[in-house]
Design a protein around this ligand. Structure first.
Ligand code: HAM
Length: 427
């Protein structure tokens, strides 16, 4: 027997392991919201050149140094399973020349991402993100739209108690200024920092702010709140984003400690966390990445996006008993047959019912009539159509109401209309 690879999980139908149905509902509902907001779906390959991620996420980040599933393929190319969706989408945008033909694009995506992190609750090596990217605009209104979109998807999942944290990292020169300041501030306190943060202080001081270790946090705390490092342009942008959010009634807190673990961010950054998630409490996150398009060889274009973690949304929803995605698919009508000829008629009925949209099942395991009835019961089928040789001869079928246990006879050629009518009445 083989087991799935560490940190990667099967998603089975029904309640066994992960429930695919729940995800399908979440995905459909999100897709509808995205489309209402004018976003269109984009699908990029799971495998990309490794260099794409090194260049965009940053060669000193945890994702690139520790977490990528990267390998050399048979052609000697260095490739990696995508750890996130933003860089591949910008690559696809440029490769399709959209920057020349239709520079403003709004995309959404739903799919698996891969990070070789230490698995724990809410952290897996193959996980799924629902995300959106708007490329080709510096307008603060699009930052606000993106945040509103993310919160709308969460609201639709009936999650409650999440907190949206907002910050602005400034443009590239603001970030450089902040990094320099932080380096000066923390250099005298190096001994208090963890080993990773001592290194980060040299390579990427901003990342020290993000460290979850208590010692590092106490060094960082207080240091940032007093720092004024935004240029007038970035400060202005930030205040307009906030005005738009206020107009839309979005609740948020300003948090100068949100710096994000990917280097491409500039300007607006945000994270949404949920109290029921424990250590891995980020439901989703995003922000602007105004230099990424040009860093990857395109023109200078503004861009902003977010991604929500599907597994974390489902964990939080389950803890809260949130029901938006928990509705059951209607149980199927069951066609039970007895005898070879009746089975053929049953097969015909199943197809006729399905073609008018009535969910329908039959036996494929050669079970006895009694066992078929048991199976119908297990499936919670409300009605069973019974077809045997006698029924075939008389051109009728028996309909059994599984709840009341009442049985009645119906003409064979009326079964489809009867069932369709019953199902429609229920919906
Ligand atoms: P991120 O913060 O790295 O951002 O990931 C977004 C979300 O994905 C997290 O908040 C979390 O819910 C989920 N997630 C990340 N890693 C794992 C994991 N190992 N297991 C389970 N869930 C996980 C990005 O990926 C950016 N591309 C977001 C973005 C889009 N920024 C701009 N556009």
């Amino acid at each position: 027997m083989h087991a799935s690879v560490k940190g990667m999980y099967d998603l089975l139908p029904g309640s066994a392991g992960g429930s695919v149905e729940l995800r399908q509902r979440l995905e459909r509902c999100s897709a509808e919201i995205f489309e209402t907001f004018g976003y269109r779906e984009i699908r990029t390959p799971l495998l990309e050149e490794k260099a794409l991620f090194v260049k965009s996420i940053g060669d000193e980040t945890d994702i690139v140094t520790k977490e990528m599933f990267a390998f050399r393929d048979r052609g000697g190319r260095d490739v990696a399973l995508r750890p996130e969706g933003t860089a591949p989408i910008v690559r696809a945008y440029l490769e399709a020349n959209l920057h020349k033909t239709a520079p403003f694009q709004k995309f959404y995506y739903i799919g698996p991402m891969f990070r070789a992190e230490r698995p724990q609750a809410g952290r897996m090596r193959q996980f799924h993100q629902i995300g959106a990217e708007a490329i080709g605009s510096h307008d603060p209104a699009i930052d606000a739209e993106m945040i509103l979109l993310m919160m709308t998807v969460l609201d639709a999942s009936r999650l409650k108690g999440q907190t949206l944290r907002l910050n602005n990292l400034g443009c590239r020169s603001d970030k450089a200024r902040l990094s320099k300041k932080l380096k000066e501030l923390f250099s005298g306190k190096k001994a208090l920092l963890c080993e990773d943060c001592r290194k980060r202080l040299e390579t990427n001081p901003l990342r020290v702010i993000d460290c979850k270790k208590e010692n590092c946090r106490s060094v960082v705390r207080g240091a940032l709140a007093s720092l004024e490092f935004l240029c007038p342009n970035c400060a202005g942008h930030f205040s307009v984003v906030r005005k738009y959010l206020d107009l839309a009634g979005v609740q948020y807190v300003i948090d100068p400690y949100i710096v994000r673990g990917l280097d491409y961010y500039t300007g607006t950054v945000f994270e949404v966390s949920h109290p029921d998630l424990g250590a891995q409490d980020a439901l989703g996150a995003g922000g602007r990445y105004d230099n990424l398009v040009s860093d990857l060889g395109g023109p200078s274009l503004g861009a902003v996006g977010f991604a929500l973690g599907v597994e974390r949304m489902l964990i939080a929803a389950a803890k809260q008993g949130a029901t938006a995605f928990a509705g059951k698919t209607p149980p199927p009508v069951f066609i039970a047959t007895l005898g070879e000829e009746a089975r053929k008629k049953g097969f015909e009925l199943v197809n006729a019912l399905r073609s008018v949209g009535v969910a329908c099942e039959m036996d494929y395991e050669g079970k006895s009539l009694k066992a078929q009835m048991r199976k119908a019961d297990d499936m919670c089928a409300p009605l069973v159509v019974i077809v045997g040789d006698d029924e075939l001869k008389s051109g009728s079928a028996v309909i059994r109401d599984m709840k009341s246990k009442e049985q009645s006879s119906i003409k064979m050629d009326e079964v489809v209309d009867f069932m369709e009518e019953r199902v429609k009445r229920k919906t």
